[in-house]
Design a protein around this ligand. Structure first.
Ligand code: ATP
Ligand code: MG
Length: 458
């Protein structure tokens, strides 16, 4: 790779937070399983009911049909041929029962399509004699056909198949839908009930991760004993952490602040009472350095959360670059599209860029020229803006890469040069996290260190 050509932003190792999260939320998972369970039980219950109900229904329908056939048969048998005609007509008109002679060449399909039909046909044969045929269509005409014989003559009796078919009544479907809707609502309610305390806990934990210890205290009076205990434990932990954090902030700020006064006095005394110009210069430089270290301490201990707003990345970077424009040993190249805006705290973001530029000037000089070449690039991807600040120095040993953001960690080169406090990158990482972003460091392929920043786009 060309040394002046900035490495693409993608070369950054993807930190864990960047990976897309998979899976359902607890609510949907619980809801899904509960619904499955309820649906399963409704179906099983329905099947049981149908199985229990089908036997008595088959017997009942068979009895009714058998009586109908027997009555028709008796009426036909004991009527003369003229009365028979009007009997058949009356039956057809008033009872919707048709009786026709049965021919041996008639083609019919047996009425045994389902279990109920089969059971009814069996029952009918038992009642009316072995020769009885129950058919669902004869010569292509559909209906409930019963074939029987009177004195050697065969007849078909045609009637409505609903007499034995499954009930056409649709109330059961309405009940089924009502049961399903009630089950779904119940499942949603139970899932919510289980999920709510966990959601509150997760929210409180996320607030705490962002350094907000007092914001969301969990309810210590909930009815469920396990959840009550978790909430009480969590609240105590948050209180402890809050106290530790407060102590830390007060102590650091106090020390830093109290050091300033004697330091200012010392600076004045050095100016006035040290006669050797060389020694005076060195002492003044040391005092300036001490002052800078105290600044870093104060930055690191800063307790208030950042105020996030729309910040123009172009403006922040331009200002930071302008501040270092006078340095002879530094050259900064900026490649940022116009009107790039991020969700950040302007002051804090400036501090981040300034820290990275300071590091590049201190540790990232190209060995041959002694000049720090820095590339600042940014690009938008989805709802994020990826910013990269890289130099063309020596980079760092791979094993120390992960330690650089620890507070007070300084590399070997930095130790001998005795410049910083080792807080710069710790401040950078903490600030980026507090602004909801991601920070990562990597050695580039062509040498030099690259800092990758991912912030929300705005
Ligand atoms: N651009 C870089 N190239 C090589 N090494 C670097 C670079 N930036 C930082 N480092 C290493 O990381 C260490 C930690 O950096 P950090 O900014 O946290 O502390 P510092 O610069 O030493 O002190 P401070 O920033 O508090 O004044 C440095 O001491 C240095 O060894
Ligand atoms: Mg630094």
């Amino acid at each position: 790779m060309d040394a002046t050509n900035p490495a693409p932003l993608e070369t950054a190792p993807a930190p864990l937070e960047m990976r897309p999260r998979r899976g359902f939320s607890l609510f949907w998972r619980t809801f899904f399983f509960l619904s499955l369970l309820l649906f399963g039980s409704i179906v099983a219950w329905l099947q049981t009911f149908r199985a229990l109900e089908s036997e008595p229904r088959a017997i009942q329908s068979a009895q009714q049909l058998a009586s109908l056939v027997n009555l028709s048969r008796a009426a036909l048998r004991y009527s003369d041929s003229i009365a028979r005609v009007s009997l058949i007509k009356t039956l057809a008109d008033e009872e919707r029962v048709r009786i026709t002679p049965r021919e041996p060449k008639d083609k019919y399909e047996l009425f045994e399509s389902d279990e109920l039909g089969e059971r009814t046909a069996e029952e009918l044969r038992a009642r009316l004699g072995g020769g009885t045929v129950v058919a669902s269509s004869v010569n292509g005409q559909k209906g409930l056909w019963v074939g029987f014989a009177i004195d050697g003559d065969s007849y078909w009796l045609l009637t409505d198949p609903s007499k034995i078919g499954p009930s056409r009544n649709s109330t059961w479907i309405i009940w089924l839908i009502t049961a399903a809707i009630l089950s779904l609502a119940g499942a949603a309610f139970i899932a919510r009930l289980i999920n709510r305390p966990l959601k509150q806990l997760s929210f409180a934990a996320s607030r705490m991760r962002d350094g907000d210890f007092d914001a969301s205290l969990l309810d210590e009076k909930v009815a469920t004993s396990e959840i009550r205990e978790v909430n009480i434990g969590f609240n105590r932990m948050a209180e402890q952490l809050s106290k530790i954090e407060q102590d830390r902030v007060i102590m650091l700020a106090g020390i830093s602040h109290d050091l300033r006064t004697p330091l200012a006095r010392l600076r004045l005394e050095t100016e006035m009472s040290v006669s050797d110009a060389d020694a005076r210069e060195h002492m003044a430089a040391d005092i300036t350095q001490l002052d800078a270290i105290i600044d870093k301490f104060l930055d690191y201990a800063r307790p208030e959360p950042p105020r996030l707003e729309r910040v123009s990345l172009n403006a922040v970077v331009d200002a930071a670059v302008y501040a270092v424009a006078d340095y002879e040993d530094m050259r900064v190249t900026v490649t940022i599209p116009d009107d790039m805006a991020v969700l950040a705290d302007e002051v804090e973001l400036s501090r981040v860029i300034a820290n990275l530029l300071e590091n590049a000037r201190r540790y990232g000089k190209t060995p041959e020229t002694g000049i720090a070449l820095v590339d600042i690039a940014a690009k938008a991807r989805d709802q994020w803006v990826l910013i990269k600040v890289r130099d063309h120095g020596m980079g760092v040993a791979p094993e120390t890469l992960s330690k650089l953001t620890r507070p007070f960690f300084r590399g070997d080169a930095a130790r001998t040069a005795a410049t910083g406090a080792g807080l710069g990158l710790a401040i950078v990482e903490k600030t980026i996290h507090r602004m909801g972003g991601v920070f990562g460091l990597a050695n580039t392929g062509s040498g030099g260190l690259a800092a990758h920043i991912k912030l929300r786009r705005n």
